[in-house]
Design a protein around this ligand. Structure first.
Ligand SMILES: NC(=O)c1ccc[n+]([C@@H]2O[C@H](COP(=O)([O-])OP(=O)(O)OC[C@H]3O[C@@H](n4cnc5c(N)ncnc54)[C@H](OP(=O)(O)O)[C@@H]3O)[C@@H](O)[C@H]2O)c1
Length: 270
């Protein structure tokens, strides 16, 4: 964790789950944290918790709906006005959806595209010039194992995460020679509010089918620690949890026509 000493990290989606955990794990080492999400009271609660434990740490909160392009631009203008030089961007905010594509709510679909893809790409685009000016810097994009597989009943979500992983890998190659590490954190199921939000009204718990594989579940603490270790080691991608990492490794060498049959069987069983 010495790698993060003195860093100034901007964490999106810091009001709960993995985002709040990133803030807690970075707090002992960072110089500054900027916590971004829509639920301001949650951000303020976390900020005062962290300020109480780490008096030398500067914690700022910024309330914004990152689905909106104008608010993303305003966030970066505010950073400039406040003279805050971010050297660690954690694109963590994201939402999911579980159920048949044709029965889904368009607003949810659009929000996934806007938050999981557009916000992550736009914030990266806005902040990379500053990261390049500052010398050593890092970007951590929270993707998902869902990004490795075209998952039925999570078709849009898994496609957005395929984008995040692919974008991160390509950007890692572009920016590594310039001193910026880019890492995609690809967790499997993690107990946060994510699945409550991804579960459609009147549908069964979206996480139910993962409960058959409890060994694949990692805690938010483990997922975040794996992500931070990967950044410090300048790795482009990490799947937290040894069992899940091994399972993904095996699945990725299965011929796609076989994988398609497995996914079709899985879809029928949901
Ligand atoms: N939990 C899992 O099993 C799992 C697995 C793989 C990947 N992931 C990924 O991990 C990341 C974090 O998810 P989590 O598990 O920590 O879920 P979570 O507890 O639901 O947290 C999601 C965060 O995203 C923020 N967010 C959502 N929409 C936003 C918007 N329009 N503007 C600003 N912030 C927004 C939420 O804040 P507000 O609601 O306050 O805005 C919240 O802080 C996501 O990218 C998710 O796809 C999660």
């Amino acid at each position: 964790m010495k790698y993060f000493e003195g860093c100034t990290a901007l964490i999106t989606g810091a009001s709960s789950g993995l985002g709040a955990e990133f803030a807690r794990q970075l707090a002992p080492y960072a110089r500054g944290l900027i916590l971004v999400a829509r639920r301001n009271e949650r951000l303020e609660e976390l900020a005062s918790e962290l300020r109480g434990i780490h008096p030398g740490l500067t914690v700022r909160t910024y309330c914004a709906d990152l689905a909106r392009e104008d608010l993303r631009t305003q966030l970066v203008a505010w950073l400039q006005k406040e003279d805050i030089a971010v050297d660690f961007l954690i694109n963590n905010a994201g939402i999911g959806d579980h159920g048949k594509f044709q029965d889904g709510d368009w607003n949810r679909v659009r929000a996934m595209l806007d938050v999981n893809i557009a916000a992550l790409t736009h914030l990266t685009h806005l902040l990379v010039p500053g990261l390049l000016r500052g010398g050593r810097a890092a970007i951590l994009n929270v993707s998902s194992v869902a990004g490795f597989f075209p998952l039925p009943h999570m078709a849009v979500y898994s496609a957005t995460k395929a984008y995040v992983t692919s974008f991160s890998e390509a950007l890692a190659l572009e920016l590594r020679p310039r001193g910026i590490t880019v890492t995609a954190l690809c967790p499997g199921p993690v107990p946060t509010e994510f699945f409550d939000i991804a579960t459609r009204e009147g549908e069964r718990d979206a996480v139910a089918h993962f409960k058959t594989f409890p060994a694949m579940v990692v805690t938010p603490q483990e997922a975040v620690a794996a992500g931070l270790r990967a950044v410090a080691a300048r790795r482009a991608r990490v799947v937290p949890g040894p069992l899940l990492a091994a399972a993904v490794g095996v699945a990725l060498v299965i011929p796609f026509f076989v994988l398609r049959r497995i996914l079709a069987w899985k879809a029928d069983s949901i």
